[in-house]
Design a protein. Sequence first.
Lengths: 419, 413
Amino acid sequence: MIKKDIIEKIEGEADVVFTQKNGLIKDVNLTFPYMRGVESILEGRDYRDALVIAPRVCGICSHSHLIAAVHTIEDGMRREKIKFTLSDKARHIRDFAIACELIQNHIKWFYLTILPQIYKVNHLEVPNDLIKKASKATYAITKAMAIFTGQWPHASYVVPGGVSCDPSYVEIMQAKALVDEVLELVRASLFDDTKEIRAIGDLHRALEMLQRADLLSTSHGSEHFLALADTFFSKSGEYKGATRFDVDIKKVKESQREDSKAKEALYGNDFVEVGPLARALINQDAIIMRLQKEHSGNIWSRIFARVYEGYVLLLKAKEALESIDVSEPSCVLEHNKKDISFAGIGIVEAARGSLIHEVVVKDNHIHTYNIITPSQWNLSRGSADKKGVARASVVGARSKEEAYLILRSFDLCSVCTTQ
Amino acid sequence: MAEARDESIKKLFDAKSAKVDTNKGEEYFSDLYESCKVRIGELKDMPIAGRGVDLRKALEDDGFERRDFLKWASATTAMLMLPASFTPLVAEAAEVMNRIPVVWIELSDCAGNSEALLRSDGPKIDEIVLDIISLEFHETLQAAAGHQAEKQLEEALELFKGKYILFVEGAIPLGIDGNFGTIGAKAETFKDHLLRLADGAAAVIAVGACATYGGIPAAAPNPTDAVGVMDLVKGKPIINIPACPANPANMVGVVLHYALTGSVPELDSLLRPKFAFGYRIHDNCERRAHFDAGEYVEEWGDEGAKNNFCLYKMGCKGPMTFNNCSIIRYNEAVNWPIGVGRGCIGCSEPDFWDKYAYERPMANAHIKAPTGGVEKTVDEFGLGLLTAAGIGIGIHAAASAIAGKKNSDEKDV
């Protein structure tokens, strides 16, 4: 029997149609009945307007879009030999803000998206203090970020060649105290890191419930992973059959689906998984490699990898703060107001995976702008023989709630996907 | 620090320089006081709406003392432009806010306002006060999803018919018969969904740039033919809380005002509450002294930037943008865009994506000032601003025809 269903809580809305046979999920079709047309809104404008408009693609990962937008401009300038120097200070400040946005996304996703669904699969009542637990950490980390970015969401402190803020040590100390606050919360309810990293508290409870629901014995994973950006916390790469390869941006392909307002993204001719699990495997992170082996790509390694990345990023965020030398310049851009033409590409690792912005600028005006968002990779539909990543992973799920849990483990963001 | 901030907010809003009429005379305020008392009494007798939470308990759970709460009430009273004698009433109103059912819907948007409101922003007690409102329906926040959520919404609509406040986040795309945005298993268009929910609402609050004026989706060439709430909903009190994202403190202010008085706050011609949008960013900007002294940032990273000079020449739109972010700030008041050396982009004004585009100084932005013509130099511009009542008024006058509502009428809801 085919029944139309809707999935929400994936930050926006998607239509979900499950096909079931003998009680098992046989297939799923996700469509997005929604679009804004941000790419076409960008066309024709001053290229610097992208720094304000592109973040508004998504209120959930707005900072990643901001960084991708500035990378496209800086990449274009590099190609055109327009001189600018990104100071270490500017780089550390940007990295710190990137880390903060990912941390808040990961924590929020765990408490508001995945944990409630795990309770549901176990037919248990969802505790009503989860929002509070999440918000304590997310308030603190976005506050730390706003010290440098002015506000979150929709910050606009980044300019080509640097950042516009010029923090003092007092502000850096303030941010550090906030990061420590979050680290303390994470150590109290997610990880014990005194000897080796171990899931405790809410994270351990998630594992127990997955065990109880018998979700660890079957695989809901993919075997082909991708991370396109080299960042301060992860390397780029393709991971297939337990081997890492270098990436080639030319292999990225995009196609329009007929039945939905979303576009599909492929690497070569393959559907690939992007996100924290992909990054950890490509970086050969010992803990995640071991988990992946033990649990052969089931839902737990994806969940653990994402929460764990949040923890790692807290340490990286502190490092970035400690590395800021306030005497360095915030922004060095020698040209400033000349008319320029360029083509540029900006790639970042956002919370849910690789995000690409691509621009062609003619005499200061945007000729074309193209955006490929993380959920486009994981959500690509594919065909009956060659299914997209999320689609393939729900096949065999024993109930709709179980299928929702698997879909949500990818944290599909429809806001980004439909732009 | 929070204490000092609350005090300074109070001072700023009490200041005589405020362009909004805050002194309506003793008689007016004593009448208002009495009617508020009656209103709160009525609310107290009502049961807590479906999902409301007890404020005292919520505050206690989070370690706030009564003293902190009263300090917050005193600052909020000032923010709402009421005399200090209203403080106990404002505190009581906050406690009975859980009687007011709220339905929150997301249309064509980026979810940024929900993010700002519910997880990342606002001074602490504001957040808790917001937590206690009886949020009957919110897609992202509630535990239910899919069909279950739809059922929950329908039940809330029926149960609280004529009583709930409808918060709308996001624009409404009208192109291809509204099919750029549909909701639910029956694929109801955003337009039909909004009109149906607005029909049973006591008041409609448009939150963020998209819901108020169409925002990003409506920016040229407006690919989906997107419009704001006030372009569609007729015959209901509408309150606009623009900005991208809207400031949670202002959302609290509006709900609180409604709890307190049973009416919508005084609005400007664009249906924005005057307590929040009665001033320009420029009026209370921390860099204002540098504007007056003619000290500007001329290029990113220059000496002016290092010394926190005025950002006007870098395209700051503070002089023509009505909003209180220079005072309220963002993310628990830790900072705001001008605080990090990036000018205001004018996000609480209509069509700002097209008219105010960001790095163009206002002098080149082709915006008509009330003094006539496009301002050519900073000196001329400064003069115009200081002598005229403010450049924004021209824009307001033009827009009031669309808004269809005059400045000071307070509608009973």
